[in-house]
Every structure is written in structure tokens, then in C-alpha cells.
Write a protein that binds this ligand. Structure first.
Ligand SMILES: [Zn+2]
Length: 172
């Protein structure tokens, strides 16, 4: 197996210029270069800042996670809070999250998880580059009790319910 290139500032400038090594990629020495390359492609269609939330980090509680393998990243719209109230911030995030959601669905990804309401009250996404054939799609949503549940596939109804819960101010 060819070793990964060093994902330093020069590498990012060439291959993923809207990102840098200083973001929350986790262990950059083990992150597949195709993770930032894929995110850069999404960023080009989205044409607005994206925040990297998590990358190559351990997941002892989830043995099948692609994160420790360096094949996954969690991300969300990057909304600058300057001048926004908390409500405005949440509304703008939700709007941008829905726009980013549509762009991600138009791009082929082998693994794609949709989190309309993350633990901090904002939605995010998971993408991974699993190589075992069938693509994986799932939606993690908050039920009426605020508990996290997973559906297989992209569940538009679950997304809508979570969005309604966000709009109602139901925090995770
Ligand atoms: Zn993830």
C-alpha cells in the first residue's frame, strides 16, 4: 500500500484549498487524502464555508466506525456568529444545513449519514469512503422525547421532523 502523502499546508493549498491542516481532522497522519479531497469537491458546489467537526479519531463504542480508519469526516455549515442572535444563528444554520444536504445528495458518496440535530443543537453530516461495495445511507433523528434514533437510508420524514423540532427549540 502506498503511504499517504503528508497532509501539510502545501498539500492542502494544492488539493483542498478551502481547508487547512489546522482543522478538526484528528490524526492527519492516518487520514485518507481522499477525505479532504471529497470535502473540497462538496465545498466547491456549496460555495460557502464548511466546518470540520471530527475526522480520524477513536470510536471505542462503535467497532464498525470508519473514523478510526481515517476514512470519515463529520462536518456542517460554518456560520460566522458575528452580529447574530442565538435564534438567528440557529435559523441560518438550519437553512444552510438544508442547502448542504441537497448538495451532498447530488454527489456520489459510499457512506453518508444525516444528522439533522446534533448534540449541540445544530445539524451536521457524516461522510465516509468505505470500500465494501454497497453504499450506506442513514438518518439519525431526534424523536419526540429528544432521543437519538437511526433509520436506514435517507429518511426525508425524519429530516423534516427533526427540522420541526429544531424550529420549536427542542435542544438535544
Ligand atoms: Zn461521523
Amino acid at each position: 500500500m502506498t503511504p499517504h502523502p503528508r497532509l501539510d499546508a502545501a498539500w492542502f493549498a494544492e488539493h483542498a484549498p478551502n481547508f487547512s491542516p489546522d482543522e478538526n481532522w484528528g490524526d492527519l497522519s492516518r487520514l485518507s487524502p481522499f477525505v479532504p479531497i471529497t470535502l473540497q469537491r462538496i465545498r466547491q458546489f456549496y460555495n460557502a464555508p464548511i466546518k470540520v467537526l471530527d475526522g480520524c479519531t477513536p470510536r471505542p463504542e462503535r467497532p464498525n466506525s470508519q473514523h478510526p480508519l481515517g476514512l470519515a469526516v463529520d462536518f456542517c455549515p460554518h456560520i460566522k456568529p458575528a452580529g447574530l442572535t442565538a435564534d438567528e444563528m440557529q435559523q441560518r444554520h438550519l437553512r444552510e444545513w438544508l442547502r448542504l444536504f441537497q448538495i451532498c445528495q447530488s454527489i456520489w458518496l459510499s457512506g453518508f449519514g444525516v444528522y439533522p440535530l446534533g448534540s449541540h443543537g445544530y445539524g451536521y453530516f457524516h461522510l465516509d469512503l468505505r470500500g465494501d461495495g454497497a453504499p450506506a445511507r442513514w438518518t439519525a433523528y431526534r424523536n419526540d422525547c429528544g432521543e437519538l434514533e437511526y433509520t436506514s437510508g435517507i429518511d426525508d420524514l425524519a429530516v423534516q421532523l427533526s427540522v420541526i423540532n429544531v424550529a420549536r427549540g427542542l435542544k438535544a
